[in-house]
Design a binder for this molecule. Structure first.
Ligand code: TEU
Length: 539
């Protein structure tokens, strides 16, 4: 039995199933592959697995386009494999968190197939249609993956609305029948023993295309509160909404301790900091450390005791953090551990994305090697707009979603031990050096470091409860803060860069202290931090 609010002490591991472990030789990861690796995850010490979608899907957007919410895609296995995974994880005290894609379905979902048959079909109102004339778009709204949000259906003389690909028609949340179908489906999964949900682009469900509204529609929180009442509140779950449009005020609603919406949200303010303002994610600028400190401090202090943070650097949509804000060459190990130290010292629920615990890096593909729909559309679009292939590649090396999606590197054998067949996306050639097998028994590995960070969170209440204050706020090279709870202080001290830095220890942190963890063997001098040096003290 889980205690109430168990997710406050939990560490979550995200699995991107198609890239985790292939048990059949198909070149695609699958559920039986995950079952094989449960002991690996147990060893790491995590409490829950967030599974990116495994439901039936034409895989236009790698499963974020669902055609049957109550069945498993044959590529990943069967419903009984899923039940076995839930049960075998539970034995290890690991909860399974399903990914709910509720903003849209696949165009191959039976609801949509019916909906497009006629205007008076009972399913027509499950989606958003608009009368029109071919070639004259209802308005100028743009889809996240490029192009218009409107797709013409000649049989109907109507357009339908899609915020993502045309194979992902938006569901109409205004229709109470849609909401009821969704609640029944979620309750069915709860009855199967699932222990939580991650809610895909949940801030986009209350769209109002007539008013050009996509995120944060006026009815959003009414919908979410009804959703929570009808489903989540029956069980002791961990729920996390994905909300690119969340600011602090909204996050307080999402993560209200009264449980009226979710346990927490993913907010992305820190994630956008290396992007030119008002431009696309591909238009990259260097990270300003002061801004990163400012943003994370705002969230740490802003939600303290009145909400809850999720902590993450990575997911299946984002580049690998060690390549992004660390140094994936001469200081790969040091910088991966440093970034982990910053994140795991903060208040909130930490999320680890598969391979992050090994310091896996971005991949340098050729344009033909990319598989992601967003990336493929971007290549086409930027070529048409006259960008050079070199500039396109530079953006993709930095930001393509495929960076995170290369197969998990298990060992130094053929295809990194991921598959005996041909992997659906090429393995990063650095797998001989970076893999789980070589790290698991090495006490100095990144894997062992993550394991220790997870164990510390379970041992010291200050990780869960402590308040947050920056140390050396003006320093342009350090990311340092304290967390304080019941007279005890955790002091996190990190050098964010590859040059040494000297410090003057503030008076209040001068006392006797215990070094909980560090990414260098011994401390040469208390007052000097070597490249990417990270320490956690307890005093
Ligand atoms: O992502 C939300 C989303 O808006 C992303 O497309 C994000 O903006 C983009 O990756 C940044 O470049 C969620 C899922 O995590 C993503 O994998 C899906 O493609 C998307 O929703 C649609 O379901």
């Amino acid at each position: 039995m889980r205690e109430k609010n168990w997710w406050k002490k939990a560490v979550v591991y995200q699995i991107y199933p198609r890239s985790f472990k292939d048990s059949t030789g198909s070149g695609m990861g699958d559920i039986r592959g995950i079952i094989e690796k449960l002991d690996y995850l147990k060893e790491l010490g995590i409490d829950a697995i967030w599974l990116s979608p495994v439901c039936k899907s034409p895989q236009d957007d790698n499963g974020y386009d669902i055609s049957d919410y109550q069945d498993i895609d044959p590529m990943f296995g069967t419903l009984s494999d899923m039940e076995e995974l839930i049960a075998k994880a539970k034995v290890r005290n690991i909860g399974i968190i399903m990914d709910l894609v509720l903003n849209h379905s696949s165009d191959e979902h039976p609801w949509f197939k019916e909906a497009r048959k006629s205007k008076d079909n009972p399913y027509h109102d499950y989606y958003i249609f608009k009368d029109g004339v071919e070639g004259e778009l209802p308005n100028d709204m743009c889809s996240v993956f490029g192009g218009t949000t409107w797709e013409w259906v000649p049989e109907l003389g109507q357009y339908f609305f899609h915020q993502f690909s045309p194979k992902q028609p938006d569901l109409n949340w205004e229709n109470p029948k849609v909401r009821k179908e969704i609640y029944d489906m979620i309750n069915w999964w709860i009855d199967k023993g699932v222990e939580g949900f991650r809610l895909d682009v949940i801030d986009q469900i209350a769209k109002e295309p007539d008013h050009h509204i996509t995120i944060n529609g006026p009815k959003l929180h009414d919908f979410l509160q009804e959703l929570s009442r009808e489903t989540f509140q029956r069980a002791n779950l961990i729920t996390v909404g994905e909300a690119w449009g969340a600011d602090l005020e909204r996050a307080k609603l999402y993560s209200n301790p009264d449980g009226s919406e979710f346990s927490m949200v993913f907010q992305f303010e820190h994630i956008g900091l290396d992007q030119e303002e008002g431009k696309e994610k591909w238009d990259i600028i260097p990270l300003d450390l002061q801004k990163l400190k400012e943003v994370l401090t705002k969230w740490q202090q802003g939600l303290h005791s009145i909400g809850w943070n999720s902590l993450f650097w990575n997911n299946h949509d984002l580049p690998r953090i060690v390549s992004r804000w660390g140094n994936d060459k001469e200081y790969r190990v040091e910088s991966a551990k440093m970034l982990a130290t910053i994140l795991h010292g903060m208040q909130g629920t930490p999320y680890i994305y598969q391979g992050e615990e090994l310091g896996m890096t971005n991949s340098k593909f050729t344009l033909e090697q990319y598989r992601d729909i967003e990336t493929i559309n971007m290549i086409k679009d930027r070529r048409e707009r006259g960008y050079s292939d070199d500039s396109i590649l530079a953006s993709l090396y930095a930001k393509s979603r495929d960076n995170a999606r290369t197969p998990m590197q298990w060992d130094d054998s053929f295809n990194a031990g991921f598959t005996t067949g041909t992997p659906w996306l090429d393995v990063n050639p650095n797998y001989k050096e970076i893999n789980a097998k070589s790290q698991m028994n090495d006490p100095d590995s990144i894997f062992s470091y993550y394991k220790k960070l997870i164990a510390l969170r379970k041992e010291y209440p200050v990780f869960v409860e402590g308040d947050f204050e920056l140390v050396f706020p003006e320093n342009n090279q350090l990311f340092s803060y304290t967390r304080t709870f019941e007279g005890k202080t955790l002091w996190v001290l990190c050098n964010f860069y590859g040059e040494e830095v000297s410090i003057e220890i503030p008076e209040k942190l001068k006392g006797k202290k215990e070094l909980l963890i560090s990414n260098y063997q011994d401390i040469d001098s208390e007052n000097v931090l070597r490249p990417y040096e990270a320490r956690m003290y307890y005093l």
